[in-house]
Every structure is written in C-alpha cells, then in structure tokens.
Design a protein around this ligand. Structure first.
Ligand SMILES: *Cc1c(COP(=O)(O)O)cnc(C)c1O
Length: 393
C-alpha cells in the first residue's frame, strides 16, 4: 500500500476493523443459517447472533431490542423513516420539516414526497452550520407530521442540538427523526433523553461492513407507525422484508462494541490529530474553517481556501492524500457542496474546499505530511496564478 495516498476520508467510509472481520467470517460458512428458519439449529444460531446485535445496538442508543429494524444502510433507513411516516400519517398532516445541510438520502426522499403533494420546509443554518431553534419553532404547524434533523453532518461534522430539537417536537407531538450515520459510536446518543422517535444508523462509518444499517423505531410514548417500503416475508415486524444478512449484522455488532468501548480515548486521539492539523493549516493566509469549531465530530476538519481553483487543488493533493471536497456520494456531481453554500460560501469558495475525515488508523506523522503537502500545494497554485498575471501583462 506504500504507493497509495494517505487515507484521510473516514467520513466517506472506513475500512473494516480486523477484529470485526474475524467475527464475521464464520457466518459466511459454518454458521450460514437463515435467522428466520425456526425449525433447526442452523436458523437458531443465526437468530441468536442477530438478537445479540439488536441488544448491543439498542444499548448503544438507550432503546429496546424490538425497536431496531435492520436495513441495508442509512440511505434505506432514511427512506423508510421519511416515506414510511409520510405514508402512515398523511391523513393527520402533510407537512415535513428538514434542514438545508442534510444528506441527500434525507433531502431526496423529501423532494420525492413533494411531487406527491407533501409540503416540505427546509430550514437554513447559520455560518457555523447550526440550525436556529426559533426558526424550527416558527416552521412547525398543526399539520406537521415529521421533523428530520441529522445528528452529525457528513461534510462539516457539525453536531445539531438533538435534545433541544427533540424537546420541541415532543411538546407538539411531532415525530422526530435523526440521521445518525456519522454520530453512532462517535458521540453519545440517547433516544430517551433526546426524545428521538426514529434514528438511522449504518455500520460502514464506524469500521463495520458496508451494506448494513438499522432504523430505530420508537414503540412507546409514542408508538411510531411506519408504512413498509419493502413488502415480502414480513421480516422485521413487517417493516422491512428480506432475509437478514447475518455476517454483516454480526460485523455491525462488533463494530459498535469496539466503538463504544473506545469512544472516549478514540475521540481524544482524533481531536488531538485534528488540532494538530488545523494548527499547521491555519498558518496559511485566506484559509477558512467550515463548521462550528467545538460542536463537531472529533475527527472532522473542513477548510476552504481563497485564491485557488478547487479542481486544481484536489488534483495537487491527490498523490499524497485521499480526501474529498464535499460528500463522497455527491462528488460525481459538478455542482458545489450544498452544505458549504448553505453556510454562506460562494460557489468558488465552496469548490476550493477540502474535507479531512481523520480516523482510527491515522498517525501524527501522516497528519504532518498532509499538512506540509497541503500548504505547499496551495502556495504553488497561488504562485502559479500570480506568475500568470505577471506574464500576461
Ligand atoms: C454515509 C451517510 C449516509 C448513507 O449511508 P449508507 O449506509 O451509505 O447508505 C446517510 N447519511 C449520512 C449523514 C451519511 O454520512
């Protein structure tokens, strides 16, 4: 791997922790049973493993195991939450509130519902990327059925005030959904004290496998109804049919276990690396830190630089570091990040932005290499354009 650039894009995805992989492997071969097979030991063993994951996940967010519905990831969980609520509650109301900086897996289901006649209010954020609670309160109406606000932003790492949002929704008996894909295992999550009714989770952002996630669905105070989006054998209490993917589910459990056990030390480590990186990068003139300085994921740093072309910057960084500008899933699009324009950046500055997602396997040495290369790339691009201006005169 020595010719590979340094991976510092852990908000896009993470490698599977080897401890996680080791626990998964037997479930591909010896323990291959279908957890829904109730008549023999193959099924029982698989079902026991699935049950354990439900318990670990439920404990992680202070829910109960029956409230965990497995999905293929956070995209599916968001779709099930948003479209499932819309379909189940449309007779109560047809208004949904969300935020400009949400992941496309929240915004796009909302846009889809708009085509069916639902009304969507998209709240703005301030320069730090946080919503204003007064804006939220003003947006709520008697026909509002759902509020969807993410826990941690995937581009700028900003943590929204979940407990305060939950309180506001709870008082008005409006269902509160949060996309916690980036937050699980990184920051404390508690569906009880935060009054969260639906929570989307995924394994591949916390050193688990891709293709497995979950939706927490509250069963008490209130009992949330969901219209299933996949019909079939009636798995997952009828909310999500399809044979459970046991090896991935086992991997999810192990990933969450490790993340919880190491949360405090790991977040200290990541914060320290992030501070080290920012300390060096901030020596550049015309560099901006995107997102709230404190209220953010420990491993996230997102910066914009003035006076350079975004595409040229990323090209210059590429041989040394694997980073992205904006979200991985939207990097095929040519439009600038909707998150960075939402915090007030011009298109040009939004293009000249880099997201550093620092993770478990990054070292201090790597951080220093990255910082040095970033600074020299920006400086040489600026010199180049200065020279071009001189020679064109
Ligand atoms: C990664 C991510 C998703 C998508 O999750 P998948 O499991 O890849 O479908 C959704 N929301 C946020 C905030 C994410 O970071």
């Amino acid at each position: 791997m020595s010719s590979y650039p340094i991976y510092i894009d852990y908000q896009a995805t993470t490698p599977v922790d080897k401890r996680v992989l080791a626990k998964m492997l037997p479930y591909f071969t010896e323990n291959f049973g279908n957890p829904a097979s109730i008549n023999h030991v193959y099924g029982w063993e698989a079902e026991a493993a699935v049950k354990q994951t439900r318990e670990i996940l439920a404990n992680a967010i202070h829910a109960s195991p029956e409230e965990i519905i497995f999905t293929s990831g956070a995209t599916e969980a968001n779709n099930l939450a948003i479209k499932g609520v819309a379909e189940a509650y449309f007779q109560t109301g047809q208004h949904i509130v969300t935020v400009a900086t949400e992941h496309s897996a929240v915004l796009d289901p909302c846009r889809y519902l708009q085509t069916l006649g639902f009304e969507i209010t998209i709240l703005p954020v301030n320069q730090d990327g946080l919503i204003n609670l007064a804006d939220l309160e003003k947006a709520l109406r008697p026909d509002t059925i759902l509020v969807s606000v993410m826990a941690a932003n995937n581009e700028i790492g900003v943590l929204q005030p979940l407990a305060a949002i939950g309180e506001i929704c709870h008082q008005r008996q409006i269902i509160f959904h949060t996309d916690a894909a980036q937050a699980l295992g990184k920051i404390p999550l508690d569906v009880q004290t935060m009054n969260i009714d639906l929570m989307s989770l995924t394994a591949h952002k916390l050193y688990g496998p891709k293709g497995i996630g979950a939706l927490y669905v509250r069963r008490r105070n209130p009992r949330v109804k969901l219209a299933p989006q996949l019909h079939g054998g009636g798995h997952e209490r009828g909310m999500r049919s399809g044979t459970l993917y046991t090896p991935q589910i086992v991997g999810f459990k192990e990933a969450v276990k490790i993340a919880l056990a190491e949360q405090v030390t790991e977040s200290q480590y990541l914060k320290q690396l992030r501070e080290r990186l920012w300390q060096q990068l901030s020596s550049l003139e015309g560099i901006h830190l995107n997102g709230h300085l404190e209220q953010r994921l420990p491993g996230n740093l997102n910066v914009s630089v003035e006076g350079v072309d975004g595409a040229a910057l990323l090209l210059g960084l590429q041989p040394v570091m694997a980073v992205s500008s904006g979200a991985a899933c939207s990097s095929t699009k040519t439009s600038p990040s909707h998150v960075l324009t939402a915090i007030g950046h011009s298109e040009k500055l939004a293009y000249a932005s880099v997201r550093f997602g620092i993770g478990r396997y990054n070292t201090q040495e790597e951080i220093d290499t990255i910082a040095q290369h970033f600074i020299s790339t920006v400086q040489s691009l600026r010199n180049l354009s200065a020279n071009q201006i001189l020679t064109s005169k």
